[in-house]
Design a protein around this ligand. Structure first.
Ligand code: MN
Ligand code: MN
Length: 275
């Protein structure tokens, strides 16, 4: 089986609509696909609808940004969440408004510095999705302010750039709790990329159930190390491509090499509330 438990759509910073991600996943021979947009579950229903009548199984998911101590860019995936849970939706709405405020602050600072950019230019790229720095970068590129999205990050809105504005973040414990309260399993995303293993014990204490060992950007030794860690700690080892759609630098759908057992292990751990 080909299992991909990490994919983005236009509900966050992916470039392909949920329906198109499903179509591309089928074409890539994917059997199980999790939709894991940043701070949004809006891609799930359209993806489930597009996959109905096909052999593709869509797992409802999310990817929350969190801070744990001094680590400010810890991503936490949630799987088999009830994406209609009112508590989850309320938390996501707060995050959406915080993202909008952040985009507004970045645009205001850029405009003041002479970059010809409005919030609407940015929101065109985000459409109804969770607005992020990639949308600001695309708007800057479109306006001719920079050569490319990469340049926008490097020179202007990257972590060390003059127009970087921090995102209001959930605590790691809160992110895990939000996912668990929605009946899902919380999994630390791409620890080999984040490089903040010191946060793992506190997340486990908060109820985290897995480690994304098989992320497409992980090296062979990352995979082995985190899979062994998951085994040792009794956690599920998950994985996925972190695909962001055509025109992005992300890995292809279906890459990552997630073991078949990951899906049933997650399902068993999830406690989805009844209808
Ligand atoms: Mn991530
Ligand atoms: Mn991701």
């Amino acid at each position: 089986m080909t299992i991909d438990l990490h994919a983005h759509t236009t509900a966050s910073d992916g470039t392909a609509a949920p329906e198109d991600v499903v179509r591309d996943a089928l074409a890539a021979g994917v059997d199980v696909l999790a939709i894991t947009d940043h701070d949004s579950v809006d891609g799930i229903d359209p993806a489930v609808a597009a996959a109905s009548g096909t052999a593709l199984v869509v797992v409802p998911g999310v990817e929350l940004s969190a801070e744990v101590g001094t680590a400010t860019d810890v991503h936490i995936l949630g799987y088999f969440i009830d994406h209609r849970s009112p508590a989850l939706l309320a938390e996501l709405e707060r995050l959406r408004l915080a993202r909008l405020d952040r985009a507004r602050l970045m645009v205001a600072a850029l405009a003041e510095a002479g970059y010809d950019l409005t919030l609407d230019d940015v929101l065109v790229h985000a459409r109804a999705g969770a607005v992020g720095r990639s949308h600001v970068a695309r708007a800057l590129t479109d306006a001719g302010c920079v050569e490319s999205v990469e340049h926008a990050f490097r020179d202007l809105i990257g972590r060390d750039g003059p127009f970087f504005v921090r995102k209001r973040l959930l605590s790691g414990e809160r992110a895990v709790a939000v996912i668990r309260e929605a009946g899902g399993v919380a999994v630390i995303a791409h620890p080999g990329v984040t490089r903040a293993d010191q946060v793992i014990p506190s997340l486990i204490a908060a109820g985290m159930g897995g480690i994304e060992a098989y992320h497409a950007e992980h090296t062979r030794s990352d995979r082995d190390r985190y899979a062994a860690m998951a085994r040792r700690l009794g956690l599920v080892a998950t994985g996925g491509s972190d695909h962001h759609g055509p025109g992005t630098r992300s890995a292809a759908l279906g890459s990552g090499g997630t073991p078949d057992a990951a899906v049933d292990s997650l399902r068993t751990r999830a406690t989805i509330a009844g209808p």
